[in-house]
Design a protein around this ligand. Structure first.
Ligand code: NI
Length: 186
């Protein structure tokens, strides 16, 4: 099933998400649907709040970037109850986009390397100490923000946000174009 993607301004993008208790067939189906929804929108990451579910789940398939970033060749994962517990002091700035902000791309500064604990969709627990850098760390941190009620424009300077305010207001009013099914606050 392809879900509509909730656009900036939707309250669910700001909600406190709940941990996921047990693995279940429903959870596996949801993970599979989230991958399908992400692919339909040409995304590389999608978090549950973006489909209106306030739970600690996000999926990533970074393999489209593998040509330029060989370490991403098999980077397709679901992250359940993730916790980022290590962040390098070194930060890097990189351009990001988000399916909840169609066609908006902005530079965001984030820690270069992270460590994360999470459960995958098969119920296997992972503890990846300072495992991820570069593009992988970038995408994980972006998606992790979503399950914390944070969106990428929150990282921009007040000046940059002011410059973008009419565009951001446009998202909340449904004034945008996207090539995939969307849901706005109205
Ligand atoms: Ni996003």
């Amino acid at each position: 099933m392809i879900y509509p993607i909730y656009i900036y301004g939707s309250p669910v993008l700001r909600e406190q998400t709940k941990p996921i208790e047990a693995n279940s067939p429903e959870l596996k189906q949801l993970v599979s649907d989230m991958f399908d929804t992400m692919y339909a929108a040409n995304g590389v990451g999608l978090a549950a709040p973006q489909i209106g579910r306030s739970i600690r789940l996000f999926v990533i398939d970074a393999t489209p970037y593998a040509e330029d970033h060989p370490e991403l060749a098999d980077f397709k994962k679901a992250f359940i109850n993730a916790e980022i517990y290590q962040r390098s002091e070194t930060t890097v700035s990189m351009e990001e986009g988000c399916l909840s902000f169609p066609k908006l791309y902005e530079n965001v500064s984030r820690p270069q390397t992270i460590g994360i604990r999470y459960r995958d969709e098969n119920g296997v627990e992972h503890d990846d100490q300072y495992q991820y850098g570069g593009m992988a760390a970038r995408i994980i941190q972006h998606e992790y923000d979503h399950i914390e009620g944070i969106v990428f424009v929150d990282h921009l300077s007040p000046l940059r946000k002011t410059l973008l305010s009419s565009k951001l207001n446009g998202f909340t009013k449904g004034k945008f174009k996207a090539a995939y099914k969307c849901k706005t606050q109205k």
